[in-house]
Design a binder for this molecule. Structure first.
Ligand SMILES: [Zn+2]
Length: 123
């Protein structure tokens, strides 16, 4: 039984190295990212994300995973809920500022950095 941790690029933010957790039976990917948190991802969702996700959308998805983790659940990203999550409007600058403040406060506990992608947005 393999016990060593397997590190792969995070499927959500494509920036951090995430721990890949053996999914046992589940036909998909289970990762724990230092930035996004813990999530599961189906193969279909994974292939959509590799083709179609820019930094803005990845930041949105990363924020969604973090909020699910905060609620105590490990979210499963499927091709279906991926559409719903990505259909949400990008947060306004004010909302982003508030979110950053919240993230900063929580980040002190978890050692998370403020997402750099938010700083590079042009609006
Ligand atoms: Zn990540």
């Amino acid at each position: 039984m393999p016990s060593e941790e397997d590190m792969d690029r995070c499927e959500v933010c494509a920036d951090q190295l995430a721990t890949t957790i053996p999914s046992g039976g589940f036909d998909g990917i289970h990762q724990d990212c230092p930035r996004c948190g813990e999530f599961q991802l189906t193969e279909t969702a994974s292939s959509i994300m590799r083709q179609a996700l820019g930094t803005d959308r990845r930041a949105l998805l990363s924020g969604w995973v973090r909020s699910q983790n905060r609620l105590g659940s490990v979210p499963m990203i499927t091709s279906e809920n991926l559409k719903t999550i990505l259909a949400a409007p990008l947060p306004s600058v004010v909302d982003q500022s508030n979110a950053l403040l919240k993230e900063a406060a929580l980040g002190l506990k978890r050692g998370l950095a403020i997402p750099l992608t938010l700083m590079s947005q042009s609006f």
